[in-house]
Design a protein. Structure first.
Length: 299
């Protein structure tokens, strides 16, 4: 009998699998709590409060400086992460869970394009394939509703917000990877709610809705699951190559499809599955290309 012990799974992979499951559960809770009439900015604020308390307690437990070393970059990570979070929560609240999750995973395309434009990185054939597959996948998901009467059209505004969330996530991944060499994971995570809380409160304005007991429990779980997801992501980035670590996070798509079916009775269309498969295929090709390029450099 083969040994199926978790100890056989690399630690970085375990962290990413934990992160993917936690983020999928978080998205389900966000979608559920939105059905109680809770505004998106209020959900973000509640998530930030929970994360702030947990992160601050963890930093104090470790006895390290709350503000970290590279404060400008930490602040930038907090801003980009907060804006991306708002976009992701809006997309999850207004799109089927599977579609919202798949669109979020377009972030490697934005990361690759930004690296080419601003970091002057050499473009590889695997990156070109990734971008091409992702664009085809997006067109399959979005364009199918415009072409076939029997396919429900996805709201274009929500799709645009989801793409903005993917863009912000791509920027945040790069910053997290750079910070992981000099900052403790708890400090990196702490800056997230430090920015998200005041920002969401200002944007919420007078739209606050008093949550019911059920909604309050869901808001609490939004914060808890997001915290687990952030911890898993940050630790995985610290022990694994970024491209390799994020590759395993694509299991979140599978988790979200299953949860969307079990909790919301959402069955993804053939076009959603085909588009998602193209996006994931492009990302996997890009990961393989990146790993091969690294082997050539280190050889």
């Amino acid at each position: 009998m083969p040994n199926l012990s978790l100890n056989k799974i690399p630690i970085g992979v375990r962290y990413m699998l934990m992160s993917a499951l936690a983020f999928a559960l978080m998205s389900s809770c966000v979608k559920l709590v939105h059905t109680y009439g809770i505004p998106v900015f209020e959900i973000v604020a509640a998530r930030a409060i929970v994360s702030l308390l947990i992160s601050y307690a963890d930093v104090k437990r470790k006895g390290i400086c709350v503000w970290g070393n590279n404060r400008k970059l930490l602040l930038t990570r907090g801003v980009t992460g907060s804006l991306a979070l708002i976009c992701v929560y809006y997309a999850v609240s207004t799109l089927p869970l599977a579609e919202a999750t798949i669109l979020q995973y377009l972030n490697p395309v934005f990361t690759a394009i930004l690296a080419i434009l601003f970091l002057k990185e050499k473009i590889h054939i695997s990156t070109i394939i990734c971008i091409f597959c992702s664009i085809i996948g997006l067109l399959l998901m979005v364009g199918s509703g415009l072409t076939f009467d029997h396919v429900q059209q996805l709201p274009l505004f929500s799709i645009g917000i989801a793409l903005l969330g993917a863009f912000g996530s791509g920027v945040s991944y790069i910053i997290v990877k750079r910070l992981s060499g000099t900052e403790d994971s708890s400090v990196i995570i702490l800056y997230f709610p430090l920015i998200a809380l005041p920002l969401s409160v200002v944007l919420l304005g007078n739209d606050f809705v008093m949550p019911t007991k059920e909604a309050l429990v869901l808001l609490l779980f939004v914060g808890i699951f997001t915290q687990f997801g952030q911890v898993g992501l940050t630790k995985a980035m610290k022990v694994e190559v970024a491209s390799k670590a994020t590759a395993y996070s694509y299991i979140q798509v599978v988790f979200s499809i299953v949860l969307g079916w079990l909790v919301f009775s959402e069955v993804p269309s053939v076009w959603t599955l085909a588009g998602g498969a193209m996006i994931i295929l492009g990302a996997v090709v890009n990961v393989i290309g990146s790993l091969r390029a690294q082997k050539v450099v280190t050889a």
